[in-house]
Design a protein around this ligand. Structure first.
Ligand SMILES: Nc1ncnc2c1ncn2[C@@H]1O[C@H](COP(=O)(O)OP(=O)(O)OP(=O)(O)O)[C@@H](O)[C@H]1O
Ligand SMILES: [Mg+2]
Length: 253
C-alpha cells in the first residue's frame, strides 16, 4: 500500500485529569475517505480535532504523542498553526456560514491566506469551489445574497465550498449530515465521494450505513481507544474484534 498522508503515533489526549484518547495509532491514506465510528463519548471528535490542532483552543486539553502529516510532526513548536489549518480544513455538524454573502464565504479563506492575487483569479476560484461543491447551478445568479439565506443542505455545501476553496490536503468532517434531511444527506454523500478524488477526507459519523456508503476505510473507537481499523467492507462484515462486532450489531452504542 502507498505511504499514509497522516500518521498518528501513540496519541494520548487529556481534558484536565480525564484521559479522552489512549495510545491511538492510525494511518490515513491519501485521496480516499476514512470514517471514524464508535459510541458517543469514545473520542471521535477529539481525535479529529487533533489533526488541525483545534484542541489547542480548549485550554484544559493536552496532547501527547506524535501526529505527522507528510512525515512532519504537526505538534512541533515551529509549526505555523494558521498554515496548518489551511492544509487541513474542517466542516462541522451544523452548517456555519459566516453572516456574509455566498461569495464572501468562499472568498474568506483565499483572502486571509493570500491565495489569490487578482480579482479575476479570485472569481475563478470561487466559481471552481462552488462547482466542486455542487452548488454553482443553484447560486450562480445570487452570489451577493447572504449565505444564511440558503437551505440547510445548501449551507452545508457552501461550507464545503469554503473548505475546499483553499485546496487543503485534508478535509475533516464531524457528522456533516446530522442536521440534514435524507435528500440533502444523499447530495452531501455524493459530493464527498466526488471530492475524495482530489482530497483526503476523514468523516465522523453515527450512521454505519453512511460509513459503508462513503468510506473506503473505517476506524472503530471505543472508550478512547482505537479498537480496529481496516477496509470498511471488512469492518462491517467480518470485524476481528469482539467490541467492533458488538457495536455494528447494535449491542453497544
Ligand atoms: N471540551 C471538553 N472538555 C472536557 N471534556 C471533554 C471536552 N470535549 C470532550 N470531552 C470529553 O472527552 C471524551 C470524548 O469526547 P468526544 O467529544 O471526542 O467524543 P465523540 O466520540 O465525538 O462523541 P459524540 O459521538 O457524542 O460526538 C468524552 O468523555 C467527553 O466528555
Ligand atoms: Mg463528536
Amino acid at each position: 500500500m502507498e505511504a499514509p498522508i497522516i500518521q498518528a503515533k501513540n496519541v494520548d489526549v487529556f481534558y484536565g485529569e480525564k484521559q479522552a484518547l489512549s495510545q491511538v495509532n492510525l494511518d490515513v491514506f491519501e485521496k480516499q475517505v476514512t470514517s471514524l465510528i464508535g459510541p458517543s463519548g469514545c473520542g471521535k471528535s477529539t481525535f479529529l480535532r487533533c489533526i488541525n490542532r483545534m484542541n489547542d483552543l480548549i485550554p484544559i486539553c493536552r496532547f501527547e504523542g506524535d501526529l505527522e502529516i507528510d512525515g512532519q510532526n504537526i505538534y512541533h513548536p515551529a509549526v505555523n498553526v494558521v498554515a496548518l489549518r489551511a492544509q487541513v480544513g474542517m466542516v462541522f455538524q451544523k452548517p456555519n456560514p459566516f453572516p456574509k454573502s455566498i461569495k464572501e464565504n468562499v472568498a474568506y479563506g483565499l483572502k486571509i491566506h493570500g491565495l489569490t492575487n487578482s480579482k479575476s483569479s479570485l472569481d475563478d476560484r470561487i466559481e471552481w469551489s462552488l462547482k466542486a461543491a455542487g452548488l454553482w447551478g443553484e447560486v450562480s445568479d445570487r452570489l451577493d445574497e447572504p449565505g444564511l439565506s440558503l437551505s440547510g443542505g445548501q449551507q452545508q455545501r457552501l461550507c464545503i465550498a469554503r473548505a475546499i476553496a483553499v485546496k487543503p490536503r485534508v478535509i475533516l468532517m464531524d457528522e456533516p449530515c446530522s442536521a440534514l434531511d435524507p435528500i440533502a444527506t444523499a447530495v452531501i454523500e455524493d459530493l464527498i465521494n466526488e471530492i475524495s478524488k482530489e482530497f483526503t477526507i476523514i468523516i465522523v459519523t453515527h450512521s454505519m450505513a453512511q460509513a459503508a456508503r462513503v468510506s473506503k476505510r473505517t476506524a472503530f473507537f471505543h472508550l478512547g481507544e482505537l479498537i480496529e481499523v481496516g477496509r470498511t467492507k471488512d469492518i462491517f462484515t467480518n470485524p476481528s474484534n469482539e467490541k467492533t462486532q458488538n457495536y455494528i450489531t447494535g449491542r453497544i452504542g
